[in-house]
Design a protein around this ligand. Structure first.
Ligand SMILES: [Zn+2]
Length: 280
């Protein structure tokens, strides 16, 4: 128990710059835990890769559950989402104890990769809330105002990474879009994977149609092109969904620097006393 407390204190210290900028003056931290927020197909397709790129620090405050995306060492990176407490209809633990299944006023949400003690604690703390018709909301990575969308933030004019750009890059070459989103290891592996796919498709086309006539070369090129379009198109769709998970800061930093001339100083800053964890 002592060790897990120290781990949570470390997580909280790493998340402090985000919390200082994001929390309202009367908002207090009640619990912090490490987890993973991934899309169901990411889990199916590449469980471990999904753990790698979807690490999330869960911060329960007096008003909401903040989902702060982090790197593999728990440092905040790229994007933050929130779930308002009055938008949580019910909470259940998953079948292995390390998952939390939230039914929201709008939609469902699954958090995985939690320590069993953390998920047990959070189930108790999140239970019995009134319900509003709200779901998961993405926050601006600079001023942490909700509902900014993927256009420039209405409050601080900060721009974020575009899901369309991510998808287009993956359509050109699988992995390029992931590189844009900052998933470098995954991106490199996908690029190797798509190079292998290229070789495989070319070899397949050559063996199917034979290299001996001009006509069969054209047919092979068309079929190969279509196959690549399917493969690349599939990766573009996956990359698009990954980009839509949150408002990704352009430099991956959290908080990121707001657009020039738009300081976000009007939110009162909290001292560290405001973000100390306490056990109920
Ligand atoms: Zn903003």
């Amino acid at each position: 128990m002592k060790r897990s407390n120290r781990k949570r204190a470390e997580l909280l210290a790493k998340a402090a710059p985000v919390l200082k900028a994001a929390l309202a003056p009367d908002e207090r931290v009640q619990y912090v835990a490490a987890g993973v927020v991934s899309l169901w197909w990411e889990h199916l397709m590449a469980g471990w890769a999904s753990m790698l790129i979807n690490r999330t620090t869960l911060v329960l405050t007096t008003q909401r559950l903040l989902l702060i995306h982090t790197n593999s060492r728990g440092r905040p990176e790229s994007y933050v989402n929130q779930i308002l407490l009055d938008g949580i209809r019910s909470v259940k633990r998953g079948w292995l104890g390390g998952a939390l299944k939230l039914t929201l006023g709008r939609g469902r949400w699954t958090l995985t990769g939690l320590r069993r003690s953390d998920s047990a604690q959070l189930v108790t703390m999140l239970a019995g809330r009134p319900t509003a018709a709200s779901g998961v909301t993405a926050l601006c990575p600079a001023c942490f105002e909700p509902g900014a969308g993927h256009r420039a933030c209405a409050r601080c004019r900060t721009s974020v990474k575009s899901p369309r750009t991510a998808a287009f890059r993956s359509l050109v070459l699988p992995g390029l879009g992931d590189f844009y989103l900052g998933h470098r290891l995954l991106a490199s592996m996908e690029m190797v994977g798509s190079a292998v796919t290229w070789v495989f498709i070319i070899a397949l086309m050559l063996s199917a149609f034979g290299p001996n006539s001009e006509q069969s070369a054209v047919v092979a090129a068309i079929f190969g092109g279509l196959l690549l379009l399917v493969v690349n198109g599939f990766d573009a769709l996956l990359t698009y969904a990954q980009a839509k998970k949150g408002l990704h800061s352009l430099d991956r930093h959290l908080p990121t620097t707001p657009a020039a001339g738009h300081l976000v100083a009007d939110r009162p800053r909290l001292g560290m006393s405001g973000v100390s964890p306490h056990r109920p």
